[in-house]
Write a protein that binds this ligand. Sequence first.
Ligand code: HEM
Length: 256
Amino acid sequence: MTGLIEKLRQQIVSTQVWRSIFRHGYPDTDLNRALVMFSNVILHLHPVRVKRGALKIRYTWCLGGLTFFMFIILTITGVFLMFYYVPDTRRAYNDIKDLQYVVYFGNLMRDMHRWAAHAMVFLVWLHMTRVFLTGAYKPPREFNWIVGVMLLVLTLILSWTGYLLPWDQLALWAITVGSKMAEATPVIGVSGPFGLQMGMRPDNDIRFMLLGGTVVGQSALLRFYVLHCVGLPLLAGVFMAVHFWRIRKDGFSGPL
Ligand code: HEM
């Protein structure tokens, strides 16, 4: 019986279909294990060997990994929310209410999206603090620290642009205050240092560019929506890819 099964197995693994998918033998030798890792689209992201110390949870607390996990949750739940939400000032608020009270699992998706956003902001700070406290920002990882700073800023702007979308009082005034702060940016803001000297006016400065007007209205909602759902997530995705690539290339800073 065992011989029969073994013969069948050998017949299957020698077919052209099998060999076109699995291009390596059973991972029982170092060479085969390496081939398995290199030839698989998902596994190739991982190194062939991992040092025991790199798995030590009390060094990283997996804070970077958890931040990334939040980003994945946000992407999935965000796509779901996009099916029901229209960035039109006449219906945005009602779309959110529909998500809460009418759409099946709508409230769950909205809550997951909101809580994951809070968690991502919280975790990215903690991750940065861990990197700082373990001195992992020092050479050769200084470039990745800068990439990390970009990710931190992108995370905060993602959170801020999402804030406007429910189009309620909180959203409106939070973005009014935030965009007023942008107006005070040096050189490119009309009320910032050297703004007037640089020819800034309320209708051509950074706040105007951000809102697409001088008040938080339809143009602002559309701009924030496009930035929140397309521009910033794509940019963050690219920066994360570079971040993960550098982690591999620079080597892990922790105990080996
Ligand atoms: C969206 C935001 C971010 C994500 C998803 C992310 C993800 C990760 C992951 C998964 C790691 C592997 C080790 C670990 O889990 O701790 C890591 C390492 C690292 N991250 Fe981040 N990170 C982000 C933001 C940042 C920020 C804000 C900084 C610093 C300003 C930073 C700097 C670094 C550095 C220098 C390493 C290498 C650490 C080492 O070798 O010990 N990252 N990141």
